[in-house]
Design a protein around this ligand. Structure first.
Ligand code: PLP
Length: 392
């Protein structure tokens, strides 16, 4: 693509970063499944090393470059770097930015492994980490220090689906000269574009909606040229070595071409499922940002294009038909026939998972929404049926 920023997002998803193969003219990008690249002479090799030419796949590869250009176009960044997983992207980013004696703020309720990384890895290297309820932006202001290097947030939060106000937090952090990093995995550029709201770096687990087919792991960081180069070298390409494989970059690039259609379908189905669950007597609470009952519904409209994303969380009422909430939740999930009990999200299959507080997270897939709802109806009937039997 000629980097024409006037194209709509749907066009950028297909054309961004893409060129017919320069060697053969193949319109679909070939998979450059190679560890190393041949140079013509010693001088050519030296030139490639100095200019980030194709030398070694851990540092540069045409499949990775295509995906990186596409992602920076989609998120409105200047540059991007892809990695072997979302965690690879997060680790490489924070290791690039902090040194012993720095302070960082991390939002409460971020993905559990991110919390472990911040709490255990960074503190091990002498970085002070403060966890804050970032749903209230003012809480961030109160914890900022002179040496706060960055504020790390996620929105929507996983699995509570609370929202974090990216624009307000960016203003607060920047007034302190602290960077803002946003994990936008649940959002995707179809729903929210954190850089336009003031964030410095956007992180994605490409494993989820961006690839969309549940067949590869991947991660990415997008931001300014300067910050991405800092993450690239020596952090990602040398310290963590968390470079994406060409095959996985190719799969994710292919998945991205249909992101717009898939994401809209995930959102439409999620809203219908959330509304259905909200109408059920056995359900205590449904968390979904596009529901009018969500306490941050207005923020969903301004920050997320009014779309709530592809994840719905809910809790059953306690004591329903003589079951504890835990018993009823397990019974409901074990009774599902179409929906699969599995971790992860953002793929074509609908997946369910429960946390320690009996919050059931539905990662809404691309099946017929009526079939998904029917599966929940029959599972709910099973809880009620058991009650009738035990009462009889
Ligand atoms: N960020 C969020 C919000 C996630 O949900 C996950 C994984 O579930 C990650 C990051 C980590 O991504 P990956 O599993 O690709 O390492």
């Amino acid at each position: 693509m000629n980097n024409n920023n006037n194209y709509d997002l749907e066009t950028k998803l297909i054309h961004g970063g893409h060129k017919p193969d320069p060697a053969t003219g193949a319109l679909a990008t070939p998979i450059y499944q190679t560890a190393t690249f041949a140079a013509k002479t010693v001088e050519h090799f030296e030139e490639l090393c100095q200019t980030w030419g194709y030398v070694y796949t851990r540092e540069c590869n045409p499949n990775l470059s295509e995906l990186e250009i596409k992602l920076s176009i989609l998120e409105g960044g200047e540059n991007a770097i892809v990695s072997t997983s979302g965690m690879g992207a997060i680790a490489s980013t924070v290791l690039a930015l902090v040194k012993s004696g720095d302070h960082v703020i991390c939002s409460d309720g971020v993905f559990s492994h991110t919390k472990i990384l911040m709490g255990e890895l960074l503190t091990k290297f002498g970085v002070e980490v403060t966890f804050v309820d970032a749903v209230v932006p003012d809480n961030i202001r109160k914890e900022l220090k002179e040496n706060t290097k960055f504020v790390y947030i996620e929105s929507p939060l996983n699995p509570t689906l609370d929202l974090v106000d990216i624009k307000s937090i960016s203003e607060i952090a920047h007034a302190n000269k602290s960077l803002v990093i946003v994990d936008s995995t649940f959002g995707t550029p179809i729903i929210q574009q954190p850089i336009k709201l003031g964030a410095d770096l956007v992180i994605h687990s490409l494993t989820k909606f961006m690839n969309g087919h549940g067949d590869t792991l991947g991660g990415a960081v997008i931001g300014s040229k300067e910050l991405i180069e800092l993450v690239r070298w020596p952090s990602l390409c040398c310290f963590t070595g968390a470079s994406l494989s060409p095959m996985n970059a190719w799969l994710i690039t292919r998945g991205l071409k249909t992101l717009d259609m898939r994401m809209k379908r995930h959102c439409e189905s999620a809203l219908q499922i959330a509304s259905f669950l909200e109408s059920q007597d056995c359900v205590e609470i449904v968390k979904y940002p596009a529901l009018k009952s969500h306490p941050q519904h207005e923020l969903c409209k301004s920050q997320m294009n009014g779309l709530g994303g592809g994840i719905v969380s809910f809790k059953l009422i306690d004591g329903i038909n003589g079951f504890t909430r835990d018993e009823a939740s397990r019974k409901l999930m074990n009774s599902l026939e179409l929906v699969t009990i599995a971790t992860s999200l953002g793929e074509e299959h609908t997946l369910v998972q429960m946390n320690g507080e009996n919050l059931i997270r539905i990662a809404v897939g691309l099946e017929s929404v009526q079939d998904i709802i029917n599966d929940f109806i029959q599972a709910i009937q099973k809880i009620e049926g058991s009650f009738e039997k035990s009462e009889a």
